[in-house]
Design a protein around this ligand. Structure first.
Ligand code: RET
Length: 282
């Protein structure tokens, strides 16, 4: 869009400048569908997210305890956000072309799937909320994990969209990793202790391991992919994220919700989000 003929065109132009793509959405769309591997990495997840939502709603049909219901709602939000996220990617809405300022791909234009980082800011807090509730943790620890997790995603988005300096891309990456370390601390140190006191240690520890192992994959693939040092191509990186998502979201949610549906009593009486009784408070 060369000429701003009215206010709305100017706004679209400004957004284009902000995302520094200079490429229209339909051009991005064509680039996505020119690569069947890349396009399938989006659509497989749209389908899996849709099926997961239906399955989880069905699994929760008889759950009546409010805390067990809260775990169900938080967990069902994860595939719901995922479905929207992948539709955004599949339509080209949340994908841009960015010019790499340095590294192996210096000066080259690569596709950035920045919508992923944006939607993680909505889905990952729900995963942590569900895990914190399962562990019977208190609102301070749940708040801490969620706030640092959101900060991790937003600074990851900043890393992906910074095109002025290669060093600053990695600076944002470092900041994001630091926030990730706080989330890991809560997951690996605080919540296991709470879960032991609450009596949900077995299922909590299984989900904790699944979460920690898979979540580590995201920064690793970011660093190896086109947005990092560039040893992996865009389609391979996108498939890596899509595969990690299958485990970190749908498999995770299925295991958690099967447990909660079978034993809703084990999560009743946990600390309330607003404070209240705090059996696992120390
Ligand atoms: C980024 C890059 C910057 C450094 C770090 C990252 C971590 C991302 C993680 C994402 C987890 C996403 C999940 C999504 C499910 O919906 C942003 C890749 C540390 C841990 C579980």
């Amino acid at each position: 869009m060369q000429t701003a003929v009215d206010g709305s065109t100017a706004t679209v132009d400004q957004l284009g400048i902000l995302l520094q793509n200079g490429v229209s959405q339909s051009e991005v769309f064509d680039m996505i569908y020119a690569d069947a591997v890349l396009a399938s990495s989006f659509w497989v997840n749209v389908a899996l997210a849709g099926l997961s939502i239906l399955l989880f709603v069905y699994m929760g049909r008889n759950v009546e305890d409010p805390r067990a219901q809260l775990i169900f709602v938080a967990t069902i939000v994860v595939p719901a956000v995922s479905l929207s996220s992948y539709l955004g990617l599949a339509s080209g809405l949340t994908v841009s072309v960015v010019e790499m300022p340095g590294g192996a791909l210096a000066g080259e234009e690569v596709l950035s799937m920045w919508g992923r980082y944006l939607t993680w800011t909505l889905s990952t807090p729900m995963i942590l909320l569900a895990l914190g509730l399962l562990a019977g943790s208190n609102s301070t620890k749940i708040f801490t994990a969620i706030v640092f997790d959101v900060a991790m995603c937003v600074t990851g988005l900043a890393a992906a969209l910074t095109t002025s300096s290669y060093a600053l891309r990695w600076a944002w990456y470092g900041v994001s990793c630091t926030f990730f370390a706080v989330v890991l601390y809560v997951l690996l140190v605080e919540w296991p202790r709470d879960a032991t006191e609450t009596g949900t240690a077995e299922i909590f520890n299984t989900l904790k391991l699944l979460t920690v192992i898979l979540w580590f994959g995201y920064p690793i693939f970011w660093a190896l992919g086109a947005e990092g040092i560039g040893v992996l191509g865009v389609a391979v990186t996108s498939w890596a994220y899509s595969a990690l998502d299958v485990g970190a979201k749908y498999v995770f949610a299925y295991l958690l919700l099967s447990y909660v549906a079978d034993e809703p009593a084990s999560v009743t009486g946990l600390t309330s989000i607003a404070g209240g009784e705090t059996p696992a408070d120390d």
